[in-house]
Design a protein around this ligand. Structure first.
Ligand SMILES: Nc1ncnc2c1ncn2[C@@H]1O[C@H](COP(=O)(O)OP(=O)(O)OP(=O)(O)O)[C@@H](O)[C@H]1O
Ligand code: NI
Length: 373
């Protein structure tokens, strides 16, 4: 197998707040290979955005990447080592802040956010902003950059790009603005585009059109994507491989078809049951029970046990690491759930517990779990 374009290993990012340490990203590992769209999916607060800002080293105080490694095209975006005194310090080969700013962000790794108005300036024309961005990042002259900007607008499906070039962001619809941001992201021909819920605020039809366009552009440019979403139907539509996040951890990792048709983690099943599907009526939708606990004090054992319909006593005690559960010769499919035989921690013999998913107990009672033994 070829080397991954991006490799994230045991990444940990925390926020040091007055209330305590928020373990927003708590030891995640995943790879992105050339030309694939990798999903990062999970409910609000799972740590998806913190994970992506960590990859760009854009985590601000009181947040900090406290551990792990991020390698991109053989270079170290993040990595620590112990010095002679046993203190952790950045490795020598770690890219400097100016290298990140001037060479990596925007050029080699582009990012698209949910709200295009965060990235577009309302007082300048759309075309002007795109042209300036191309001028700066690709060292082109103004005329050439303008031509390129119009081409890019056409490429992302803006009708009559020559005349729309001179319009202001507020004259564009939400979907059109998001297309402009995709044009901006593609303009520098980056190797990787990180898309953080770019279609979440749009209506389903517009979202569908944009996802279709991205799929086409992805094939044309062979760009890799990390696609952040809380929506499994978006995953189904666009991703090649998926990482499911829960409370700072990745709990299942698989190719998209395997994730949908051979689901291994109860949280993934719950996410899938909560999403509309063509083969089900709306009445059959089952929202995930309970709320995600705080990332300041994650529950012991499996972090999902307080909401899991299949939880047993052992789930309160054993904190499962991701394990590959695929058959020999099959693509890797990892999950962090002890109900699978591969974990061999006595799940079958363990007694079922009541959780928010089975009814009966409040979040407080199941999380402390004191009366179990
Ligand atoms: N600046 C901050 N200070 C303190 N905690 C933070 C900060 N930013 C994020 N967090 C916490 O980190 C955790 C992960 O947040 P993150 O924004 O990554 O979630 P997410 O999966 O992107 O959710 P959403 O779908 O709502 O965007 C949450 O518990 C959040 O409260
Ligand atoms: Ni987010």
């Amino acid at each position: 197998m070829t080397e991954p374009l991006l490799s994230v290993r045991d990444l940990k990012t925390q926020f040091f707040t007055e209330d305590g340490t928020v373990r927003a990203v708590d030891g995640i590992s995943f790879d992105v290979y050339e030309g694939e769209i990798v999903g990062l999916v999970g409910e609000s607060g799972a740590g998806k955005s913190v994970a992506t800002s960590s990859i760009l080293r854009l985590v601000d105080s009181p947040g900090e990447i406290v551990g792990g490694e991020i390698e991109f095209k053989g270079e170290t975006i993040f990595g620590l080592e112990e010095d002679d005194a046993g203190e952790l310090r950045p490795r020598d080969e770690m890219l400097s802040e100016s290298e990140m700013r001037e060479r990596i962000r925007g050029r080699e790794i582009a990012i698209i956010f949910q709200d295009p108005m965060e990235s577009l300036n309302p007082v300048f024309t759309v075309g002007g902003q795109l042209r300036e961005f191309i001028e700066i990042n690709r060292d082109l002259g103004a005329d050439e950059a303008k031509e390129e900007a119009i081409d890019m607008l056409r490429e992302v499906g803006i009708p009559a790009p020559e005349s729309r070039y001179d319009e202001y962001p507020h004259q564009f619809s939400g979907g059109m603005r998001q297309r402009v941001l995709i044009a901006m992201a593609l303009a520098c021909e980056p190797d990787l585009i990180i898309a953080d819920e770019p279609t979440t605020a749009l209506d389903v039809t517009v979202e569908g059109e944009i996802l279709e366009m991205v799929t086409e552009l992805q094939e044309k440019y062979d760009t890799s994507f990390i696609w952040v979403t809380h929506d499994m139907s978006v995953v189904a539509e666009i991703c090649d491989r998926v990482n499911v996040m829960y409370l700072g951890e990745i709990i299942e990792q698989a190719e998209v078809d395997d994730l949908f048709y051979d689901t291994k983690h109860p949280y993934t099943s719950a996410l899938l049951d909560s999403m509309p599907r063509p083969d089900r009526t709306v009445d059959e939708l089952r929202p995930i029970q309970g709320v995600m606990p705080e990332a300041i004090n994650p529950p012991a054992g499996c972090r999902f046990h307080s909401r899991c319909p299949e939880a047993r006593e052992v789930c309160r005690e054993v904190h499962p690491e991701l394990r590959d559960l695929s058959e020999e010769g099959e693509p890797v499919h990892t999950a962090a759930c002890v109900k699978h035989d591969a974990f061999d921690v006595g799940y079958d013999e363990s007694r079922s517990i009541e959780t928010q998913a089975t009814g009966g107990f409040s979040a407080g009672l199941t999380e402390t779990g004191g009366e179990a033994e």
